[in-house]
Design a protein around this ligand. Structure first.
Ligand code: SAH
Length: 243
């Protein structure tokens, strides 16, 4: 059995045997000041594409460092082809959504602007770092890209016709939670609204689209961040890679 370090770091370098990895200031600070690693110690690294590797510390100082990849300790594991579309809410709850979506397994994250979106700006780089941290922490080898904020209506206009969009509709509260059935293909996406829910126009438009299926998430109205986790759990259990 491979030995794997529990210290995991996302790196932006192709990974292969003998590959050297240059650490930036934050990474060096984390490994050598916070975790107190020394030359000869090893950690787990991944880049989102080449699986997980064990890498030795070759050079260490407070601001820089070099690792060298030794062997692959885990194959690349990509999540199912599931997108998450959500309307950003308050900062820490939006961070939570990105973190949890990464842990639960999604392939791409789209913050979307809806009629009642609470916040019309996001910091994409901040959200992307949250998803990197979540992947480091949960043992994943994939980091879902977080897109810039865009309008829900623009995304729907160019929607890939073979991707089923599961619209979590708070008006269905109390209805039984349906099994997912796609009418259009085997690619998926889940849409969760903001604290104010969706507008009448949005609901009408969504329901008119062939690739949209609306579902209930049970007998209570969930906060948007809870709804994200609930919808992903139901989807993963039924269709995803949790089986
Ligand atoms: N203010 C709205 C609730 C918004 S909850 C109202 O009072 O009706 C935030 C989002 O979570 C919703 O837009 C929906 O996408 C999802 N959601 C929460 N509870 C749900 C439920 N029981 N069924 C389906 N979707 C739900």
């Amino acid at each position: 059995m491979n030995i794997r370090s529990k210290i995991r770091l996302f790196v932006d370098t192709p990974l292969g045997e003998g590959q050297s990895i240059l650490l930036d200031r934050d990474q060096a600070n984390y490994l050598f000041n916070v975790m107190r690693l020394n030359i000869g110690d090893y950690i787990s690294v991944f880049n989102g594409k080449d699986g997980e590797w064990q890498a030795d510390v070759l050079h260490a100082n407070k601001r820089k460092g070099i690792l060298v990849a030794k062997y692959q300790s885990m194959q690349q594991l990509n999540p199912p082809d599931l997108w998450l579309l959500f309307a950003p809410i308050k900062k820490t709850r939006t961070d939570f959504i990105v973190e949890k979506a990464t842990e639960m397994g999604v392939s791409r994250i789209f913050p979307v602007n809806t009629d009642y979106t609470n916040s019309d700006r996001i910091k994409q780089s901040r959200l992307q770092s949250h998803s990197i941290e979540a992947a480091e922490q949960c043992g994943g080898t994939y980091v879902p890209p977080v897109d810039e904020l865009s309008k829900l209506t623009s995304i729907l206009k160019d929607w890939p016709k073979d991707r089923c969009l599961i619209f979590c509709d708070e008006n269905k509260v109390g209805e039984a939670v349906k099994t997912f059935k796609s009418s259009v293909g085997d690619k998926w996406a889940i849409l969760i609204g903001p604290e104010g829910g969706f507008s009448k126009n949005e609901i009408k438009y969504l329901k008119s689209l062939e690739f949209v299926t609306s579902i209930s998430l049970g007998p209570r109205i969930l906060r948007a961040d809870t709804a994200v986790v609930a919808a992903l759990a139901i989807w993963q259990k039924e269709i995803g890679d949790w089986k």
